[in-house]
Design a protein around this ligand. Structure first.
Ligand SMILES: Cc1cc2nc3c(=O)[nH]c(=O)nc-3n(C[C@H](O)[C@H](O)[C@H](O)COP(=O)(O)O)c2cc1C
Length: 182
């Protein structure tokens, strides 16, 4: 039987720095693109996967500089800002893919909020990251510390500058982890 999979992600779809240029992502952040490609791939292969987007109650500014400043402060404070209500029926999922941009070498603060707000006992958590070159860096350690009761499984990383490689990264990942499709 295929696993009951939830893909949870946070993504900032405003301005971003890609290969030293400020680019407006027009509401569709890199991590959102990867999360949607993952859901598509899982469903095409006969799996079951729902998507849930984490949204901070006070959204990040569209501006790259303002987002950098706010997130730096949150990182320094270990802040966990208020976020939207979680997905229905979280208890029923076996596997939770957790997707985020690498911010300051670790998870963005809204991911910390989500992880603290939910009970991960008995669940497998698979992190996936989009990044400007540093892949996961410290983010997986932080998730492992905060998501009490979860089993953390190795995930996958997609570089912001090579976003178009996402479908093949996902394809390779699912080939190596056929158990996800039951
Ligand atoms: C506030 C901020 C901090 C970032 N910090 C890092 C970092 O420490 N290491 C890294 O490799 N990339 C970093 N990046 C680049 C992002 O991880 C990358 O562009 C990512 O794909 C953005 O995903 P999104 O569009 O889903 O928000 C940072 C980007 C922002 C906006």
């Amino acid at each position: 039987m295929s696993k009951n999979i939830l893909i949870v992600y946070f993504s900032h779809g405003g301005e971003n720095l890609i290969e030293d240029r400020i680019v407006d992502l027009h509401g569709v952040g890199n991590t959102k693109v990867v999360a949607e490609a993952l859901q598509k791939a899982l469903i095409e292969k006969g799996g079951k996967a729902n998507l849930f987007e984490i949204e901070p109650l006070i959204p990040y500014d569209k501006s790259y500089d303002a987002t950098l400043a706010r997130s730096r402060q949150e990182y320094q404070d270990g802040a966990a800002p208020l976020i939207n209500d979680g997905p229905n029926g979280f208890e029923a999922y076996d596997v939770v893919f957790l997707g985020y941009p690498n911010w300051w070498g670790t998870i963005p603060a809204p991911i910390l909020s989500f992880v603290r707000d939910h009970n991960f006992t008995g669940k497998t958590v698979i992190p996936f990251v989009t990044h400007g070159g540093q892949r996961f860096l410290y983010s997986v350690e932080t998730i492992a510390k905060e998501a009490r009761g979860a089993t953390i499984k190795e995930g996958f990383a997609v570089a912001a500058a090579y976003l178009s490689a996402a479908p093949s990264v996902i394809e390779d990942y699912l080939k190596k982890n056929p158990d996800l499709l039951g």
